[in-house]
Design a protein around this ligand. Structure first.
Ligand code: FEO
Length: 171
């Protein structure tokens, strides 16, 4: 059985992951509007991954016999002007999410909730990948994004990303 604190944190994380999906849909829309279809594609897929994260957390809560409370999702509020803005905001956001995952892990650890810790292991490593990808996007744009031809090629590279469902399936 989950403790009240761990349950609340996991439930909050369902909302945080759906917020991430919502935020990345906004980034998708920004790039779509700008004609950068590759970057739009990258965030379209990222939004699907975030939805998957939320649903995995929901499944885990359900498997523990808990009812999930779906709360209102905040409006995306990042100011997007320059092409690099979503990339920087995305990298910053992923660090916030890593902090949230770590907080749940710490709470589970304190309560010797080994099952939740093991469940969260996947998320801990996923955050390492998410931060690495987000930082890589910023770096590449800083190196090549100011030149039209290079930006065209970068955008084509982002367009190659395809959606892969997470292999972690519960229940
Ligand atoms: Fe679900 Fe991007 O972390």
């Amino acid at each position: 059985m989950l403790s009240k604190k761990v349950k609340e944190l996991l439930n909050n994380q369902v909302n945080a992951e759906f917020y991430s999906a919502y935020l990345y849909l906004d980034f998708h829309d920004f790039y779509k509007d700008a004609g950068l279809d590759g970057y739009a594609n990258w965030y379209w897929i990222q939004a699907q991954e975030e939805r998957d994260h939320a649903m995995l957390l929901m499944q885990y809560l359900q498997q523990q016999g808990e009812r999930v409370k779906l709360e209102a999702i905040d409006m995306p509020d990042k100011e997007l002007k320059e092409f690099i803005d979503p990339l920087k905001a995305g990298a910053e956001h992923e660090r916030v999410v890593t902090g949230l995952i770590n907080d749940i892990y710490a709470a589970a650890c304190e309560e010797h909730d080994f099952r939740t810790m093991q469940f969260l292991d996947w998320f801990v490593m996923e955050q390492a990948e998410e931060e690495d990808n987000a930082d890589g996007n910023v770096k590449k744009f800083e190196l090549f994004g100011s030149d039209g031809k290079s930006l065209y090629e970068l955008d084509a590279e982002m367009k190659a990303r395809v959606y892969i469902a997470p292999s972690l399936v519960i229940g």
